[in-house]
Write a protein that binds this ligand. Structure first.
Ligand code: GLN
Length: 561
C-alpha cells in the first residue's frame, strides 16, 4: 500500500499536483444491469492512459461463485482467461482490449472469493476469538483487495463494482468503497455512477427520475457520486442535465451523456472524450497532462466505417444464439476485419442445427468458419460435420480449443479411416481416443480452477501457416482445457494430411494443427481470441479474415464439388 497517504494530508480540491500517490476511481451502476459499465470503465482507463497516467483496473463481482469458471455461459457469458491462469469476468476482456494495464488474479474478485478468504482466516484463528461480521471483516477484506493495486508505479486504480446499486448483494462492496476515502482522503477518490435515462414514448420525453432514485440510494449509503454518466437513446438537452445536476447534487459539467452506439463499441472512448470525462478526472486529482492522442482509435473507426471488402463467417457453437458466450471471438473477428479493411459479418449457427439440417445446407455461401471452444457433448457431431465441410470445400477455418479437438476427430474418422474416433470426454470407450485426458488431469475431481490454464509457450513449425502468420516460431498463448491431442495417433493422422504446426516446447503436447493442402485450415488448442486487440489483431484471426477475403473474391480457389 506504498502509494497511499493519510487522508488528512492530501490537497483539498486537488489543485496541487502530487504524483507518486495512487488515486482511486470507483465505477458503479444504477437503474438496470447491462448498462455497459465494463466498456465505460475500459474507455475511461484508455483515455487516462493516453494522457500519460499509469492505470490499473479491477472488477468486483457480487455473486457468490468463487470465479465464473464454473458458471454456465448462459448465466455469465464467456470466461475470460488471463495469462496467470485466472478465470475472470468478461469485462476484463474489455480492459485488455482497450488499455495496456497489466491484469492478474488481483484484478477480479467475487463475493465468494472474499468470503472464502475471510472464512479461511477465521479457521486459522486469525480473528483472535472475535465475532466475524460483514462490517468490518468482509468490508476490510474488500478494502484490502482494492488497496492492493495501489503502489508507487500506479497513478490510478479504477475499480468497477459489478451489479446494480440497490441490490442486497452489492452492499458490502459499496460500504467498502464508502470507507476508502476515510483512509486515503476524499480528494484522492472519485466516484463515477453510470445510470439510465430512459425515453418514454407515451410522454415523448426523457425521464430523469430513475437516475435521481439511483443516486438517492448511493447517497443513503454515504456515497456522493462526482460524475454521472447517463446512458440514453436520445440526446440529453440542457434542461435534462440541469435537472439531473440539481437533484443528484453534482456540477452541470459532471452530467455526461453516453448515447447508445449502434455502430461500434470502439466509439465509446471517443464519445466520452468529447464529453471531456478525462479532463474531469484529471482536474479532480489536480493533474496536468498533455492532450490524448487518439489517432489510432480514429483510424480504427475510419476503417470500420469504410471497409474495402466484406466477408461472412459462420460461427458454429453450442451457444450460438448467446453472443456473450463468445464475446472475445466476435471482437477478434472484428479486429481481423480492421486489419484487412474488411467488414466481417458473423453469423452464429447452433451446432445442433447442423446436425438436423446438414452443413451443406447451412454453410453454403460463407467465406469462413470458426468453431469455438466448449464443454459437453451437445452439438459435437454438428461441429465435426461443419469442419468436414470446411476441409472438403476448402473453406477457410479456424478451430479453437474444442474446435481443434473436433478437427482432429473429423480427420481421424473421415481422412484416416479410424471409424468412431472420438474424444474420451464424449465417449470413454471409443476404439480410437484421438483426444484424451492429460495425465495430470486424471486424478482431478474438483471443477473450479483445475484445468490447464493460462499462458503456455509453444514452438511453431518453420514454414507452417501459423508461423508465417505470427512472423515467429516461439509464441505464448492462453489455455483452458483438460483434454489433449493423443500423440499415439500422430503418424497416422500426419499420413492423412495433418500438419502438426505447433507443440509445447518439449514436443509433448500438440498446440496447433493445420492441413497442408488447404487455403487456411488452422486449429489451435489455446484461445487466441484473448490476445487480440483492435489496435493489433491477433495473427490467426487476421489470417482467417485474409483467407476469407480471397475466398470471397474467388481468386485462388474455387470450391470443389
Ligand atoms: N472440453 C475440452 C477440454 O476440456 C475443450 C475445452 C475448451 O474448448 N475450452 O479439453
Amino acid at each position: 500500500m506504498g502509494g497511499h497517504r493519510g487522508g488528512d494530508r492530501g490537497t483539498q480540491g486537488g489543485e496541487e499536483e502530487s504524483p507518486g500517490m495512487t488515486r482511486h476511481l470507483f465505477v458503479t451502476g444504477g437503474v438496470v444491469s447491462s448498462l455497459g459499465k465494463g466498456l465505460t470503465s475500459a474507455s475511461i482507463g484508455m483515455l487516462l492512459e493516453s494522457r500519460g497516467l499509469r492505470v490499473r483496473m479491477q472488477k468486483l463481482d457480487p455473486y457468490i461463485n468463487v470465479d465464473p469458471g464454473t458458471m454456465s455461459p448462459y448465466q455469465h457469458g464467456e470466461v475470460y482467461v488471463l495469462d496467470d491462469g485466472s478465470e475472470t469476468d468478461l469485462d476484463l476482456g474489455h480492459y485488455e482490449r482497450f488499455t495496456s494495464t497489466p491484469l492478474t488474479r488481483a484484478c477480479n474478485y467475487t463475493t465468494g472469493q472474499i468470503y472464502l478468504s475471510v472464512i479461511n482466516k477465521e479457521r486459522r484463528g486469525e480473528f483472535l476469538g472475535k465475532t466475524v461480521q460483514v462490517i468490518p471483516h468482509i468490508t476490510n477484506e474488500i478494502k484490502e483487495v482494492i488497496k492492493a493495486l495501489a503502489g508507487p508505479d500506479t497513478d490510478l486504480v479504477i475499480t468497477e463494482i459489478g451489479g446494480t446499486v440497490g441490490d442486497i448483494e452489492s452492499l458490502p462492496f459499496l460500504e467498502a468503497i464508502r470507507q476508502i476515502p476515510l483512509e486515503v482522503g476524499r480528494e484522492n477518490c472519485m466516484f463515477i455512477h453510470l445510470t439510465l435515462v430512459p425515453y418514454l414514448k407515451a410522454a415523448g420525453e426523457l425521464k430523469t427520475k430513475p437516475t435521481q432514485h439511483s443516486v438517492g440510494i448511493l447517497r443513503q449509503i454515504g456515497i456522493q457520486p462526482d460524475v454521472l454518466v447517463c446512458r440514453t437513446e436520445r440526446p440529453l438537452d440542457t434542461s435534462d442535465r440541469e435537472k439531473i445536476a440539481l437533484f443528484c447534487n453534482v456540477p452541470l459539467d459532471a452530467v455526461i451523456e453516453e448515447r447508445d452506439k449502434d455502430f461500434s463499441i470502439y466509439e465509446v472512448p471517443l464519445s466520452l472524450q468529447s464529453n471531456r470525462i478525462d479532463d474531469l478526472v484529471l482536474r479532480r486529482f489536480g493533474r496536468q497532462a498533455p492532450p490524448a492522442d487518439l489517432g489510432e482509435w480514429h483510424e480504427i473507426l475510419h476503417r470500420l466505417r469504410n471497409p474495402e471488402h466484406e466477408v461472412s463467417i459462420a460461427l458454429v457453437g453450442k451457444y450460438a444464439e448467446h453472443r456473450d458466450a463468445y464475446k472475445s471471438i466476435y471482437e477478434a473477428l472484428d479486429h481481423g476485419g480492421i486489419a484487412h479493411r474488411t467488414q466481417v459479418r458473423v453469423q452464429p449457427i447452433k451446432s445442433e442445427d447442423i446436425e438436423r439440417e446438414g452443413a451443406e445446407r447451412l454453410l453454403a455461401g460463407f467465406d469462413g468458419l470458426v468453431v469455438p471452444g466448449g464443454f459437453g457433448e451437445r452439438g459435437i457431431e454438428g461441429k465435426v460435420e461443419a469442419i468436414g465441410f470446411a476441409r472438403r470445400r476448402r473453406l477457410p477455418f479456424l478451430g479453437i480449443c474444442l474446435g481443434m479437438q473436433c478437427a482432429v476427430i473429423e480427420l481421424a474418422r473421415n481422412g484416416a479411416g479410424l471409424a468412431d474416433a472420438h474424444s474420451t470426454e464424449f465417449n470413454r470407450s471409443t476404439p480410437h481416443p484421438v483426444i484424451c485426458l492429460m495425465d495430470e488431469q486424471r486424478s482431478v475431481t474438483d471443477k473450479g480452477g483445475t484445468m490447464r490454464l493460462g499462458a503456455q509457450p509453444a514452438e511453431l513449425a518453420e514454414g507452417s501457416r501459423s508461423a508465417v502468420a505470427y512472423g515467429r516460431t516461439r509464441i505464448t498463448e492462453r489455455h483452458r482445457h483438460r483434454y489433449e491431442f493423443n500423440m499415439k495417433y500422430r503418424s497416422v493422422l500426419e499420413e492423412a494430411g495433418l500438419v502438426i504446426a505447433g507443440t509445447s516446447p518439449d514436443g509433448g503436447l500438440v498446440e496447433i494443427v493445420e492441413l497442408a493442402d488447404h487455403p487456411w485450415f488452422v486449429a489451435v488448442q489455446f484461445h487466441p481470441e484473448f490476445k487480440s486487440k483492435p489496435t493489433a489483431a491477433h495473427p490467426l484471426f487476421a489470417g482467417l479474415v485474409a483467407a476469407a477475403v480471397e475466398r470471397h473474391a474467388g481468386s485462388a480457389w474455387v470450391a470443389e464439388t
